[in-house]
Design a binder for this molecule. Structure first.
Ligand SMILES: Cc1ncc(COP(=O)(O)O)c(C=O)c1O
Length: 481
């Protein structure tokens, strides 16, 4: 049964606490608060007992699915397990209670942490400077493009266009448009890679940047990246790397060494911080030397043993968020990097790639695959075979819920019809991968023998198929009598 609203539970006068009567005079509200902010009638609040309250919220929390509960193979999103030691680090009193306005002299530990996190990301990215300020991957994209715009402006012409492959994430063209650029989309090759000949046709001196995701959104490494980088730079075009897929590259190859001028790091996808979910996230950007003057203020500097914030950077694009970003998230990423070290980070990527290839191999006889070559950290199938029975990618992933798994990403990248994009991440065991593949194979058989079973899934969930478009367009968030 779906859980009732808390307003629909309880009874008038029921309370979630009972305390002995006061043995001191009761303070009057009017003596404590300004009269104008005191409500003129009682609020309409739920009236429930403590146990009703506890059960209500415990039941609700159990309707949620998260990576702590089971496998969460959402492609492109890298739903990494967040080790609890990160949380412990973020709870360190000196870090948790630090206030961004406290004097620099009292913030040396926090500033050192930020300075060192920048140093780690510089090393991992092969870049000259990092700004920790942007608070999501998409925010990093916008910040990076504003930096690119500032660079071109400083050279006399901001240019008008940004080139983006048709396999890109939707945030790429959106960020380009927000930064005042016209997105120019280029078609991929039939293998799903950047088509260098197509690229040559559109590269010109009116292009400000070429935005690429590497490995790309099909989980394939752009093998021509050095040639692409040379072609772009010859036209004065800067190379932007959407770093959403950095989990495949840690300690193996660095964006700066591939010729990228700007990269964003989705800390939640690579360094095991919680996903922002519209709340606190982090999407730092790294840039090469020539773009360093333009990154957001403040930057964190070190002189001798002392750390400080530098607001005095005349070419900076300004601030894109309060202070230096979401500190608590940055602490978690720092803890993750320190704990694993260079060797551990490389192993993260090696295992992420190994796990994805394992799934690819086990499922490739059951689901169509565009490019049957080894993948990086994620693999993209198509429900093309199942579609002939009227079963869509969407149905297959809904059916996976009945088997206890979170659905993988569907219908992205857009260039694959009926795409199912699976990203296992590095932390999953062979047993989990096998259980997931067994479920996928069982569903492929069901699609043959009993397509309606799959088309009407899920059968075991509290809610079945929600109208997601309506939920976004007309969210009903308020209880009304
Ligand atoms: C390839 C790619 N680029 C950019 C983004 C945007 O990142 P964020 O969700 O951190 O804003 C995503 C998010 O899933 C992505 O998969």
């Amino acid at each position: 049964m779906p859980e009732k609203l808390i307003f629909e539970k309880g009874a008038p006068g029921r309370r979630a606490y009972s305390l002995p009567d006061l043995d001191v005079p009761e303070a009057k509200l009017q003596d404590l608060l300004p009269r104008e902010i005191i409500a003129d009638r009682p609020l309409s609040l739920p009236e429930v007992s403590e146990i009703e309250l506890i059960r209500h919220f415990t039941n609700l929390s159990r309707l949620n699915y998260g990576v702590d509960l089971g496998f969460y193979p959402l492609g492109s999103c890298t739903m990494k397990y967040n080790p609890k030691v990160n949380e412990e680090a973020a709870k360190t009193p000196g870090l948790m209670n630090a206030h961004p306005l406290q004097p620099e002299g009292l913030s040396q530990g926090a500033l050192r942490l930020l300075y060192e996190l920048e140093a780690f990301l510089k090393e991992i990215g092969g870049v000259a400077r990092v700004s920790l300020q942007p608070v999501a991957g998409a925010h990093g994209e916008l910040t990076g493009l504003l930096v690119i715009r500032a660079y071109h402006e400083a050279h006399g012409n901001p240019r008008h266009k940004v080139i983006i492959p048709d396999s890109a994430h939707g945030t790429n063209p959106a960020s380009a448009a927000l930064a005042g650029y016209e997105p120019i989309v280029i078609k991929s090759t039939k293998e799903g890679l950047v088509d260098v000949e197509e690229l040559k046709k559109v590269l010109d001196t009116d292009c400000a940047a070429l935005m690429l995701t590497n490995p790309n959104t099909l989980g394939l490494f752009e093998k021509d990246i050095l040639e692409i980088s040379r072609l772009a730079h010859d036209a004065g075009v800067l190379l932007y790397m959407d770093g959403a897929n950095l989990n495949a590259l840690l300690g193996i190859v660095r964006p700066g060494d591939m010729g990228f001028d700007v990269v964003h790091f989705n800390l939640h996808k690579t360094f095991s911080t919680p996903h922002g979910g519209g709340g606190p996230g982090a999407g730092p950007i790294g840039v090469t030397e020539k773009l360093a003057p333009f990154i957001p203020v403040p930057t964190i500097e070190k002189e001798g043993d002392r750390y400080s914030l530098d607001h005095n950077r005349p070419h900076s694009i300004g601030s894109v968020h309060g202070f230096y970003g979401n500190f608590g998230i940055l602490v978690r990423a720092y803890a993750y990097i320190r704990r694993l070290g260079a060797k551990g980070l490389r192993e993260v990527s090696e295992n992420a790639v190994l796990n994805a290839n394992y799934i690819k191999k086990r499922l490739r006889d059951h689901y169509y695959i565009l490019n049957n070559v080894p993948c990086m950290h994620e693999c993209v199938f198509s429900a093309k075979y199942q579609k002939t029975k009227g079963v869509h990618a969407w149905d297959i992933t809904k059916r996976l819920q009945d088997y206890g798994f979170h659905p993988p990403t569907v219908n992205f990248p857009l260039i694959i019809d009926e795409a199912i994009m699976i990203e296992p991440t590095e932390t999953e065991s062979r047993e989990t991968l096998d259980a997931f593949c067994d479920a996928m194979i069982a569903i492929a058989k069901e699609a043959e023998t009993d397509p309606d079973l799959v088309k009407n899934a899920p059968h075991t969930r509290v809610v079945r198929r929600l109208d997601e478009a309506m939920a976004v367009k007309k969210p009903n968030l308020r209880w009304q009598k």
